[in-house]
Design a binder for this molecule. Structure first.
Ligand code: ARG
Length: 357
């Protein structure tokens, strides 16, 4: 099996040079792994082998994988995040230091859909790709115990909605669809070819659900690509308030949960190496009818500004009505939370100027 794996990876390297797992796979290191370690590694790269068009092509299965396989993975991580020197993730949540009010760019940006989320995994469970069905449900129960306390909190009180069959918090299929349509709940993961091969979507929908605050602006996904995706969603233009909302909720919630998995170099440990570091994705939905008429060109221009552009329907979707697109800073690792907020603000100002030129 191993010899075959090595041959296939060599083929992928030629046919799909964008697959970073294949690009940096080190045959020599792999041969030094004992049988158990090879088996672990084979599971991590299964998605990138089966899905040759992968950009990253590797997922961590255990919180310690970034340490245990550091030599092999570090070059892949560096390539994706374009980091050459020492990597030491820093954090900065001082949301009052710089005012980032989109309304100051243009009053028309006072009421946009804003969202910021962070990925977190607890250290005492395997990562989602390696969890058994029992572990998924057990983790959900631990999260529910935390939410039971959060419900009593005056600013973060709300409810937990589970899609685990038979859960005491189970919602109907219609309620689930309604929450997906409202962009609150995550989509059926078993439709994602990358997650399927990685085992991350296994046992769907067991162990999955979401917490939502009564004012609907603080949400926590349970059992998606990471154990937890914690987010703040608001309509407005005040990025400082949005980020402060997330940070406050994160502080309260982390007191109620087992310790999160972190690494000195990579910061927050995530299933996918593309999300390491701040583990944060901050985005706006903007109508850019002129620029979005040529999505490829828009993506190119946004890239120069450190931004990624998606359609309004999420990863791999096209522009929506009136040129509605989702823009977010691309950098995750080696940048602080506040640098991400600032990049989103500055990049939006630049794109807005180009659109209205
Ligand atoms: N595994 C996929 C790839 O390597 C997805 C990468 C980024 N997306 C994500 N949701 N983590 O192309």
């Amino acid at each position: 099996m191993s010899e075959q794996t090595i041959e296939i990876i060599k083929q992928i390297r030629h046919q799909h040079p964008g697959n970073l797992m294949a690009r940096h796979f080190d045959e020599h290191l792999y041969r030094q792994f004992d049988a158990a370690k090879r088996q672990r590694f084979d599971q991590m790269i299964a998605s990138g082998i089966e899905n040759r068009d992968s950009q990253m092509g590797i997922y961590a299965m255990q919180p310690g994988d970034y340490d245990d396989f550091a030599e092999m993975i570090d070059p892949m991580i560096r390539d994706f995040h374009a980091i050459k020197g020492e990597i030491r993730q820093q954090h900065d949540w001082d949301t009052t230091a710089k005012i980032c009010d989109l309304g100051a760019i243009d009053p028309r940006l006072k009421d946009v859909s804003m969202r910021v989320r962070v990925a977190r995994n607890v250290a005492n469970f395997p990562l989602p790709g390696a969890m058994s069905r029992n572990e998924r449900v057990e983790f959900e129960n631990q999260a529910v115990a935390a939410f039971d306390q959060l419900i009593a909190n005056p600013t973060f009180g709300g409810s937990y909605l589970s899609i685990t069959p038979g859960s005491a918090h189970e919602i109907s299929a219609q309620e689930y669809e309604r929450r997906v349509a409202a962009h609150q709940m995550f989509k059926d993961m078993s439709a994602d070819k990358y997650l399927n091969v990685a085992g991350i979507s296994a046992d769907w929908p067991h162990g999955r659900g979401m917490y939502v605050s009564s004012d609907q602006d603080f949400l926590v996904w349970v059992g998606e690509e990471d154990h937890l995706r914690i987010m703040a969603m608001q309509h407005g233009g005040n990025l400082n308030a949005l980020f402060a909302r997330l940070h406050d909720g994160l502080e309260v919630l982390s007191q109620l949960l087992p310790a999160f998995a972190t690494s000195p170099a990579y910061g927050n440990v995530t299933s996918c190496p593309t999300n390491l570091g701040a583990g944060m994705r901050a985005s706006l939905h903007l109508q850019l009818p002129k620029l979005a008429a040529d999505m490829d060109n828009l993506k190119q221009q946004a890239k120069q500004l450190g931004l990624a552009v998606r359609g309004a329907g999420g990863e791999h979707s096209g522009a929506g009505a009136g040129g509605l697109v989702d823009i977010s800073p691309s950098a995750r690792l080696g940048v602080t939370e506040m640098q991400i907020m600032q990049r989103l603000y500055d990049g939006t100002a630049q794109l807005w100027a180009m659109e209205n030129r």
